[in-house]
Design a binder for this molecule. Structure first.
Ligand SMILES: [Zn+2]
Length: 102
């Protein structure tokens, strides 16, 4: 399973690279070397739901000593990870493209 690079439009990104963009990491296209990250606004919304999932169901699981709510937490996490893979990716400028402002 390959995902398209936003720079060269070729399906060069591996599943692992796509997953890492969803964890606020930047990756580099193996074909063109372009710098890529996940779309920041979509990623911020997803991160909110990750936090909400862990805080709410983690708290309930601990408070009630319930494996059921721990399962809900884990299932929610997996669903968010799957959504994460559908998160669009953005192009980033090369690292040293901006002159330093002093
Ligand atoms: Zn590329």
């Amino acid at each position: 399973m390959k995902f398209c690079c936003p720079h060269c439009k070729k399906p060069t990104l591996s599943l692992k690279q796509k997953y890492l963009t969803g964890k606020w990491r930047e990756v580099y296209c193996p074909e063109c070397g372009g710098r890529i990250c996940a779309q920041p606004i979509v990623l911020a919304v997803l991160s909110f739901f990750y936090t909400w999932d862990v805080m709410l169901f983690g708290y309930v699981a601990l408070a009630k000593h319930s494996w059921f709510y721990f399962g809900v937490l884990a299932t929610g996490w997996l669903v968010l990870d799957l959504l994460n893979l559908t998160c669009p990716v953005s192009r980033m400028r090369p690292k040293n493209s901006n002159p330093k402002i002093t």
